[in-house]
Design a protein around this ligand. Structure first.
Ligand code: ADP
Ligand code: ADP
Ligand code: ZN
Length: 212
């Protein structure tokens, strides 16, 4: 089973993708996580991330393509989180999937109003292991410490308020047109992201379990 998780920054894509991948056994492919890992080694990527701007389509598409060449990922199925983010990326993804005869079951749109997404982003704290928390909404058991690995939590540099504004502008301009793109192909599934983590998880689980 293969799905795309779409939604504005802070909607809860990463949180849900990790849990859903854990439950259904798919591979979680987060382009944001991949770039954050690469950040230290690649200055161009690092600058774009810090400014809240998108990495060029060609770089992102090639990176995703490499993952889709792995047999175990195709066998387990995958959950794309943070990709595609532009219509161009979506078109390129369609070409790759078609050439490999891979079917995409659906596009899960985690719908959250702007104010809620901002609140979530501002309180977000992450760990190097990929876990994500919220200072008040989803706090770790022990203050500042990762439940999963004990690592020290930190704030993403692009989660600071001045960059957040730019990321939302980028979402409106470059990513939102994807909603119409996937509505046209009848693959879009609306998820109410305003609910708590468990409720959103239940909504997504039920869609997947019913093969929607
Ligand atoms: P995204 O990957 O879409 O940017 P995250 O999954 O990292 O979003 O979630 C953003 C922030 O909101 C994190 O701090 C996370 O702990 C918190 N969060 C995620 N889902 C919910 C929810 N349903 N209710 C409240 N806070 C949430
Ligand atoms: P969020 O979870 O807040 O939506 P991500 O972790 O998905 O953010 O992405 C962080 C940053 O990584 C983006 O602001 C962008 O600079 C870069 N990035 C991630 N995915 C893509 C993509 N598909 N195309 C271009 N840039 C991307
Ligand atoms: Zn951790």
């Amino acid at each position: 089973m293969n799905y795309i998780i779409l939604g504005p920054p802070g909607a809860g894509k990463g949180t849900q993708a990790k849990n859903i991948a854990g439950k259904f056994g798919m591979v979680h492919l987060s382009t944001g996580d991949m770039f954050r890992e690469e950040k230290e080694s690649d200055e161009v990527v690092s600058k774009l991330l810090s400014a809240g701007q998108l990495v060029p389509d060609e770089i992102v598409v090639n990176m995703v393509k490499k993952h889709l060449e792995k047999d175990d990922i195709i066998k387990k199925g995958f959950l794309l989180d943070g990709f595609p983010r532009t219509v161009k990326q979506a078109e390129e993804l369609d070409v790759v999937l078609k050439s490999k005869n891979i079917k995409m079951e659906g596009v899960l749109l985690i719908d959250v109003p702007f104010e809620e997404a901002v609140k979530r982003i501002v309180g977000r704290r992450i760990c190097v292991c990929g876990a994500s928390y919220h200072m008040t909404l989803l706090p770790p058991k022990e203050d500042g410490k990762c439940d999963r690995c004990g690592g020290k939590l930190f704030q993403r540099s692009d989660d600071k308020e001045n960059v957040v504004r730019e990321r939302f502008a980028v979402y409106e301009r470059q990513t939102k047109p994807l909603i119409e793109y996937y509505e046209k192909s009848d693959t879009l599934i609306y998820i109410n992201g305003l609910k708590d983590e468990k409720d959103v998880f239940a909504q997504i689980s039920s869609c997947i379990a019913n093969g929607l």
